[in-house]
Design a protein around this ligand. Structure first.
Ligand code: UT7
Length: 314
């Protein structure tokens, strides 16, 4: 056994759709500004009683069912989240209980929006080390709990949801080496402010400039580490923060014209650690993910942190 691969995907989004027109009634904003500056048209908002663990469990159950594995096969459950307010037991422990996964190591991982790609690399390393054969890796967020609904600069951005992947040992390494790191000089550029209750805040323009200037080279490094050229990529799923960042970054990467690019931010908004697996799973569900071909996953956010890798599409 020399590596691991993603064998199945799943996702969950809450029922409630919050449109730009809805937001126009809540804060001083308008559909044109939101679409021009962010590309976002809608986002999903969880019900007051719907928790991060609920969404993570729904997504995880779908991925597990699609994998054909039994709950007892899963040796590790990692949930990437920064919005699970009820922190103990961990969200991963709650997922294991819900899905009757009997004896896995379970833990949450907080690397903000880069959490899922970080968790995927962690599962890959665990499997390579022989400490598990199969892992359930989930990104799940209820960002609506962290939104200041009076702040027009941030409340229009965020949404809720979850995406999951089952990762299994494989003779062929189909999860490439992680490209990951952080820039401590910008540690507070995206953060949770905790004065009256935790709420999302960011230096939007500074993050935008950093993302569009720094990320293409870092993403290209993920391809180099996987031993492929950027032009070999069949699909790109980056953190869904802003359509303008996605367009600028993918343009600068110099991709082939037929590459499938995730643009789930348009309908789901920014779901932090859930955004990459959610977009990836939705692509697979629509039949857009080119099976057996290289897909770049890449995310960035609070820290400022980044993480990404090239995987082979399941
Ligand atoms: O997931 C974590 C990683 N985060 C990111 O990737 C975020 C990166 N940054 C961004 O995506 C963009 O900076 C934002 C979408 C957050 C903001 O877009 P922007 O083009 O940077 O706008 P801005 O903050 O510079 O604001 C421009 C104007 C301001 O008005 P004045 O000062 O020019 O009169 C804002 O007050 O737009 C105003 N504004 C709004 N107007 C209507 C800010 N929010 C809104 C709004 N509706 N919702």
């Amino acid at each position: 056994m020399s590596g691991s691969r993603v064998v199945a995907l799943g996702h969950h989004q809450p029922e409630r759709v919050l449109t730009n027109a809805d937001l126009e009634k809540m804060v001083d904003t308008n559909d044109e500004w939101i679409r021009q500056r962010t590309g976002i048209s809608t986002r999903r908002i969880a019900a007051p009683t719907e928790t991060v663990a609920d969404m993570a469990s729904e997504a995880g159950a779908k991925a597990l069912a699609a994998s054909g594995l039994a709950p007892s096969d899963i040796g590790q459950v990692i949930v990437a989240t920064c919005s699970a307010i009820d922190r103990s037991p961990s969200t991963a422990a709650r997922v294991a209980a819900r899905l009757s996964i009997p004896s896995a190591v379970v833990f949450d991982l907080n690397n903000a929006c880069a959490g899922f790609c970080t968790a995927l690399a962690t599962a890959d390393h665990t499997i390579r080390a022989g400490a598990a054969q199969h892992a359930l890796v989930i990104g799940a967020e209820k960002m609506s709990d962290l939104v200041d609904w009076t702040d027009r600069s941030s409340c229009i951005l965020l949404g809720d949801g979850a995406g999951a992947a089952v990762v299994s040992a494989s003779p062929e390494a189909q999860i490439g080496p992680a490209t990951w790191g952080s820039d401590p000089t910008r540690a507070n550029a995206v953060r949770l402010v905790d004065d009256w209750q935790p709420r999302f805040a960011q230096e939007g323009q500074a993050v935008f400039r950093w993302a569009t200037s720094e990320l293409p080279a870092i993403a290209a490094q993920a391809c180099a580490r996987a031993g492929i050229e950027v032009t070999d990529l069949a699909a790109v799923v980056t953190h869904q923060a802003n359509l303008r960042i996605i367009e600028a970054m993918t343009k600068r990467l110099g991709l082939r014209d037929d590459v499938v690019i995730a643009r789930d931010v348009v309908e789901s908004g920014n779901t932090s650690a859930a955004s990459v697996p959610l977009a990836l799973s939705k692509m697979a569900e629509r039949g857009e993910l080119p099976s057996g071909r290289p897909v770049l996953l890449f995310a960035f956010g609070g820290g400022l942190s980044w993480a990404g890798q090239v995987i082979t599409a399941p």
